[in-house]
Design a protein around this ligand. Structure first.
Ligand code: NDP
Ligand code: OXD
Length: 307
C-alpha cells in the first residue's frame, strides 16, 4: 500500500525526502500522480483540494501536515469514519511562544517604530510600555506553552479555553460566559484557537468592546477568527491600539488588501510556527505503523468537537 502526499502552500518534495530518510517508509506518491488509487491507504494533506478525499476506496488514515484541521473537517466530501491525525510537537509550541514574546516585545519596546524613524533620520526616544497583562484565547498545545514562556518573562497571563485549566500562575477562564471577563484587563489579546463553527468570527466588535481600551491584538489562529471590518473600526476609534496578524482569510494576503497599508497593522506571512519537516515525517510514519497494526493513533482529531 502507499502514502499519498497532497500539499498546497507547502513543499511536497521536501516532505517526501524527509519521509524517505526512514527505513520504514512505504511507497510514496505525490498528488496528482496517484497511480492506482486503490493502493492509497494514507493521505498527508495541507490545504488540500476539496472533493478528492473520497476518491480512495482503501483510505485508512488522513494525516494533517499542520496543527489546524479546519480544511479537512469542512470538506463536504470528507469520507466518514476515516481517522484524522494532526501535528502536535514541542517545536511547534516553542516557536509559537517565541513568536508571541517577540511580537509583544517589539510592540512594548517600539523596535519596528525605530526602524521607521531611522528611514526618516529621526532621533525620537520613547519610553518602554509597561503593559504586561496578556490573555490567550486557546490554551491547548500552543497556548499553554506561550502562557508559560510569557509568565517566565514577567507577564501576568490569563487563558481562555473550553474547559478549565490548572497551570501554575496562569488564571484560567473558560466557556462563553467567561470570555468577556477573560479579556477585560488584557493589554495583549493573543488568539491561538482552532477554527471551528464556535470560534469563527470570535475576534469581533463585541470582544473588542469588552476588552481594555487600547488593547493590542495578535492573531496566529486563523484568518476566519477575525471580523476584518470590526478590526478596522476598533483601530479607528482607538478601542484597539494595533494588531499583528499572521493568518488571513485568504493566503497569500491579496496585494490590494487594506491591511497591507494600515499604519496600525503588522503583517507576518503565516510564519509564526511552521511545521518542522523532520518531526512531522517521523510522527506520520509512526501513526502509519500504528494504523497498520490496529493500534491507537497519536494526536487523533475528534470530529465531534471540530479540533
Ligand atoms: P489545541 O487543540 O491543542 O488547543 C485548542 C485550544 O482552544 C484548547 O485550549 C481548547 O479548549 C480551545 N478551544 C477550542 N474551542 C473553543 C471554544 N469554543 N471556546 C473556548 N476555547 C476553545 O490546538 P493547538 O494549540 O495545537 O493549535 C491551535 C491553533 O493554532 C490551530 O488550530 C491552528 O489554527 C493555529 N496554528 C497556527 C500556526 C501558525 O503558524 N500561524 C501554527 C500552528 C497552529 P480545551 O483545552 O478546553 O479543549
Ligand atoms: C498549522 C499552521 O496549523 O501552520 O500547523 O497554521
Amino acid at each position: 500500500m502507499s502514502i499519498l502526499i497532497h500539499l498546497n502552500q507547502a513543499d511536497p518534495l521536501l516532505l517526501e525526502s524527509h519521509l524517505k530518510a526512514h527505513s520504514d517508509c512505504p511507497d510514496l506518491r505525490i498528488w496528482p500522480d496517484c497511480g492506482n488509487m486503490d493502493d492509497i491507504d494514507c493521505i498527508i494533506v495541507w490545504k488540500h483540494d476539496p472533493g478528492i478525499l473520497n476518491q480512495f476506496a482503501n483510505l485508512k488514515l488522513i494525516a494533517s501536515y499542520g496543527a489546524g484541521v479546519e480544511n479537512i473537517l469542512s470538506d463536504p466530501d470528507l469520507p466518514q469514519g476515516v481517522p484524522i491525525t494532526r501535528f502536535v510537537d514541542d517545536t511547534l509550541a516553542d516557536q509559537m511562544a517565541e513568536y508571541m514574546l517577540a511580537v509583544i516585545l517589539n510592540h512594548r519596546l517600539h523596535i519596528t517604530y525605530y526602524r521607521e524613524l531611522q528611514a526618516a533620520s529621526q532621533w525620537r526616544p520613547t519610553e518602554f510600555s509597561h503593559a504586561k497583562n496578556v490573555t490567550i484565547l486557546g490554551m491547548g498545545e500552543l497556548g499553554s506553552v506561550s502562557a508559560k514562556l510569557l509568565n517566565q518573562n514577567g507577564y501576568t497571563v490569563s487563558g481562555w479555553s473550553r474547559s478549565p485549566k490548572n497551570i501554575e500562575d496562569i488564571t484560567s477562564y473558560y466557556g462563553d460566559d467567561q470570555l468577556e471577563d477573560a479579556v477585560k484587563n488584557a493589554d495583549y489579546i493573543l488568539c491561538l484557537l482552532p477554527l471551528t463553527p464556535q470560534t469563527t468570527n470570535i475576534l469581533n466588535k463585541d470582544l473588542f468592546k469588552a476588552a481594555k481600551l487600547g488593547a493590542y491584538l495578535i492573531n496566529a489562529g486563523r484568518g476566519d477568527h477575525l471580523n476584518e471590518d470590526d478590526l478596522l473600526e476598533a483601530l479607528y476609534n482607538g478601542q484597539l491600539s494595533g494588531a499583528t496578524l499572521d493568518v488571513f482569510k485568504s493566503e497569500p494576503l491579496p496585494s490590494d488588501h487594506v491591511f497591507w497599508r494600515h499604519p496600525k497593522i503588522y503583517i507576518t506571512p503565516h510564519i509564526s510556527s511552521p511545521t518542522d519537516k523532520v518531526q512531522v515525517a517521523r510522527q506520520i510514519l509512526d501513526n502509519y505503523a500504528r494504523m497498520k497494526k490496529g493500534e491507537a493513533l497519536i494526536n487523533q482529531v475528534d470530529p465531534k468537537r471540530s479540533y
